[in-house]
Design a protein around this ligand. Structure first.
Ligand code: SF4
Length: 495
């Protein structure tokens, strides 16, 4: 029986084509357990949808409890008689199948609408619009495609009802931008063609190692294959698109390590789309490191690391679905005395704006308490979030105070300012987890990750279990300590 192309299959395909292929044809015995974080996302999505339908005052024909055959028959009947709003209708045409959360009558046709527990667009801010999310757009496009085939479409557009209660319109036919003539509908057609070729097995996509793989239920099996194939995506920051461009010439990490980059560079250019001279040399150096069993990390450029009596190693925890910052953690070291360093935390004991504001205020007061202290953090995220929190709680401090706090003279983004610019490591990525573990540090928790912390926070919200609270704090403290371990490790590279 031919495989149905569903909206959720296209959603997954935008994230990773290999996952779609393994979901369709992989061995069940190769599947990992679904991560608690992913399970929490599913659960929260479902709960949010129910909340919207129950509390949003939406009067809709509810088909959510029907079996699939009745659900589809009743949806068609409801559309033919012009039902204004249909919840959980099921529609299909040829190999396409979709269950849009809502179908709303507009004119003589229907517009599909999905309820999402995240923001309807990516980028943007509380005040500014962002851009459509491709993984949402392909789902809406599939529904529209089915409606067109059924002669019941109100036009090439769909709606996302998002976590802020905003109704975000996805104009599928419009050009994506002034420099991009392609529309979301064009992208949908290309993605649909890929989905069909995976489903009929004329195309077998390759995996590509990325940070998101850690949440995938094929992680163990897929990364084993990538290692066995010596795939180029084992090199930090070398992703799927670049791998695909380089692979015909340099199919493996070993081949890249053995090549002479000079022979591939002409007038500062390489034959690989998206790869300039500097990047090719960086990837080549990383390939050599990965292939050398005795490789050690090294400095590739001089670094100037400030020395101060007081050092703050700083990390925050944020629940992006709640748009809520629940923990600011600081490991404070004085005089380089690691044995006597201490952990200071500002945790929100409830989920109110007041709790978020007070934790932010406490952390800002501590971080500004010693103006000569150096603040060490890992990635731009902390600074971005502090700017956002300042706008949300302007009584805590001014925008200028946040800029002063993150002035490069006193605050160092160890990832962007030091690790990526000046160091190389014999590892598959440059995350704080990977590098600190490489240097011998171990987290107390058996499953340390930012995603896990968000899932623990969700548990804390539901249970107020002190053991869960302690787990969140321990994890954050270890993240702060890992930043200190990495700083000390980088200092030792220069000696
Ligand atoms: S582990 Fe990564 S590459 Fe492999 S299927 Fe999952 S998301 Fe795709």
């Amino acid at each position: 029986m031919p495989t149905n192309i569903t909206a959720s299959l296209l959603y997954d395909l935008v994230q990773c084509p290999k996952r779609v292929e393994l979901d369709l044809f992989g061995k069940d015995t190769d599947r990992d357990e679904v991560s608690p974080f992913v399970a929490m996302l599913w659960q929260r999505g479902t709960l949010y949808e129910h909340d919207v339908m129950k509390g949003g005052g939406l009067e809709a024909l509810d088909l959510s409890q029907m079996d699939s055959i009745d659900q589809e028959r009743l949806t068609l009947e409801a559309m033919r008689r012009g039902e204004p709003l249909i919840y959980s209708g099921r529609i299909s045409a040829n190999d396409l199948l979709g269950v849009p959360d809502l179908l709303r009558r507009e004119g003589t046709g229907y517009v599909p609408m999905d309820i999402k527990s995240g923001r309807g667009e990516e980028g943007g801010s509380d005040d500014e619009d962002g851009k459509p999310k491709l993984h949402y757009a392909v789902q809406l496009a599939l529904y529209v495609d089915v409606l067109e085939r059924l002669g019941m479409s109100a036009g090439r557009r769909g709606l996302i009802l998002d976590s802020r209660g905003h109704e975000v319109t996805y104009d599928l036919a419009a050009a994506r931008g002034s420099r991009k003539a392609e529309s979301l509908w064009d992208e949908y057609q290309a993605i649909l063609a890929t989905a069909r070729s995976i489903a009929d097995r004329t195309f077998v996509p390759k995996g590509a190692l990325a940070s998101s793989c850690k949440l995938c239920h094929w992680y163990t099996a897929c990364t084993k294959t990538l290692r066995a194939e010596d795939d180029l995506t084992l090199i930090p920051v070398l992703g799927r698109a670049i791998r695909d461009a380089m692979e015909p010439t340099l199919p493996t990490v070993a081949a890249l390590a053995a090549c002479n980059p000079d022979a591939l560079i002409t007038n500062g250019k390489t034959p690989f789309k998206g790869v300039g001279e500097d990047r090719l040399r960086t990837f080549h150096a990383r390939a050599i490191l990965l292939k050398d069993p005795n490789a050690k990390p090294y400095l590739k450029a001089p670094v100037s690391l400030p020395v101060s009596e007081v050092e703050y190693f700083f990390d925050i925890e944020v629940d992006p679905l709640r748009d809520f910052t629940y923990l600011h953690g600081i490991v404070e070291r004085r005089g380089g005395d690691t044995a006597n360093e201490r952990f200071i935390s500002f945790f929100t004991d409830d989920e109110t704006p007041k709790a978020e504001r007070d934790a932010f205020a406490g952390a800002v007061a501590h971080l500004t308490g010693v103006p000569t202290a150096t603040i060490w953090y890992y990635s731009k995220y902390e600074r971005t979030l502090y700017r956002k929190l300042q706008v949300r709680y302007p009584d805590v401090c001014s925008a200028e105070a946040i800029e002063a706090l993150f002035d490069p003279a006193r605050a160092v983004d160890l990832y962007n300012d030091v690790v990526t610019k000046a160091t190389e490591w014999p590892t598959n990525d440059q995350s704080i987890k990977t590098l600190a573990k490489y240097l011998g540090f171990s987290w107390r928790d058996t499953n340390p990750s930012g995603a896990a912390s968000i899932e623990w926070f969700d548990q804390w919200v539901r249970t107020r279990d002190p053991a869960v609270r302690a787990r969140i704090l321990d994890y954050n403290e270890d993240d702060c300590k890992a930043t200190r371990v990495l700083l000390d490790g980088i200092r030792s590279l220069g000696s």
